[in-house]
Design a protein around this ligand. Structure first.
Ligand SMILES: *[C@@H]1O[C@H](CO)[C@@H](O)[C@H](O)[C@H]1NC(C)=O
Ligand SMILES: *[C@@H]1O[C@H](CO)[C@@H](O)[C@H](O)[C@H]1NC(C)=O
Ligand SMILES: *[C@@H]1O[C@H](CO)[C@@H](O)[C@H](O)[C@H]1NC(C)=O
Length: 369
């Protein structure tokens, strides 16, 4: 090594040589920086191969870890809201099939009857009326569950209940629509969580909540829903930090658009028609009937194109958050969420605007703009 040093000093060497010289010395001395030397010496091709291998290894280890489930699943009790239809109902059935005790909050008696009929849950299913827009209803649910559990732990609460609200631009909406959607989708989550939080803390359990990709990207025409989902996402992010010291974990689902009773075409079209009929004359003038007719088609086209039919993906994500040993803090669910909306949400705002502006070029425009 002494010889090498002398040789290096003996002639005019360029930067590369200095780096290699330094690397060689680091390596020869078994310095902790050998890995830097290793990386610097890779060709681009080699670097890509090594990155690929590392990523594959990461995916493999992650998928292995994520397959590990908690013990005694059959002894766990969960509380799910919004079990009348859709994700909530399917999740309740899945939990029951796996032997869990399910407290299922349903908005209607019809919902309860259907769930009881379809789940064959027997005595492990406890379905009751719950309206997450009402303080009293949530409080009563909390007290009821505590009494029924009789000291046994509540493993998780799943905040699933929600509505989409109207698919209309802000110009066609009044404050009541915002209040209604926030009351269910946002305050409903907070109310429900408050009413069972002490039970979840006692069991060092989990709070699982459905947000949406609408809590990442503001799509025009979905204002109230987006507002509420941003709120829910914010609430969960804060809660996750606040409850960690208590051993409680908080998980958010961010599904894309799914084909559920929530997104009923007929209902959406009816609401759009009605909003148009009720809009003040000056708003109608601003937008024009041609725009209105075309925008109905646009909504249908968008929903047909984007809506994911694999509803079980959301149910599986819920179930994973409840039963996995290492659940994720956020679940992106559906190809549109994973491939489009989430990557899009990381773009700078200016670039996002550029994409929206380009898309708007192909979409109907209001008459007066
Ligand atoms: C739920 O509660 C809200 C607020 O009190 C009420 O407006 C709504 O009608 C209730 N829904 C049902 C199905 O009872
Ligand atoms: C819910 O509780 C809050 C505060 O406790 C109260 O101001 C509000 O009026 C209650 N809402 C209903 C619908 O009971
Ligand atoms: C919009 O649609 C309605 C009902 O389909 C039709 O009666 C009306 O003529 C249409 N208006 C325009 C401007 O295309």
């Amino acid at each position: 090594m002494v010889n090498k040093t002398l040789n290096a000093a003996a002639h005019n060497f360029d930067d590369n040589e200095v780096i290699l010289f330094a690397i060689n010395n680091f390596c020869l001395q078994g310095d902790m920086f050998w890995i830097i030397g290793f990386i610097l010496r890779l060709t681009i091709f080699e670097a890509i191969i090594y990155l690929g291998i590392t990523f594959a290894l990461f995916l493999y280890i992650r998928s292995y870890l994520e397959k590990q489930q908690i013990e005694n699943i059959k002894e766990k009790a969960v509380f799910i809201t919004g079990c009348d239809t859709g994700f909530g109902r399917d999740l309740a059935i899945k939990c029951l099939e796996n032997g869990m005790t399910v407290f299922a909050g349903c908005l209607t008696q019809n919902g309860i009857n259907n769930l009881k009929r379809d789940s064959k849950g027997g005595n492990k299913l406890d379905a009751f009326l719950l309206n997450v827009s009402e303080n009293k209803s949530c409080e009563e649910a909390g007290i009821y569950i505590e009494k029924k559990l009789a000291g046994k732990p509540l493993h998780a609460v799943v905040n699933n209940a929600g509505i989409t609200g109207k698919f209309l631009k802000d110009d066609f909406l009044d404050i009541e629509e915002y209040k209604k959607v926030c009351d269910i989708n946002m305050f409903g989550v907070i109310r429900t969580t408050h009413c069972v939080k002490r039970l979840i803390k006692k069991s060092r359990g989990r709070v699982v909540t459905v947000a949406s990709i609408c809590a990442r990207v503001g799509l025009p025409g979905i204002g109230p829903y987006t507002t509420a989902k941003y709120g829910v996402s914010g609430y969960c992010d804060v809660l996750r930090q606040e409850l960690r010291p208590f051993g409680v974990s908080v998980h958010i689902l961010e599904p894309g658009f799914f084909e559920t009773p929530l997104i009923g075409r007929e209902k959406i079209n009816r609401e759009v028609q009605q909003a148009w009929a009720e809009a003040p004359p000056q708003v109608r003038e601003e937008y024009g009937e041609t725009y209105f007719n075309k925008s109905c088609e646009t909504i249908n086209f968008f929903l047909n194109r984007v809506s994911n039919k694999d509803v079980y993906l959301v149910v599986d994500a819920y179930y994973h958050a409840i039963t996995s040993k290492w659940p994720r803090s956020r679940y992106q669910v559906g190809w549109d969420s994973i491939l489009c909306f989430i990557p899009f949400s990381y773009l700078p705002t200016g670039m996002q605007d550029l994409v929206f502006a380009s898309a708007a070029y192909f979409l109907p425009k209001p008459a007066q703009c």
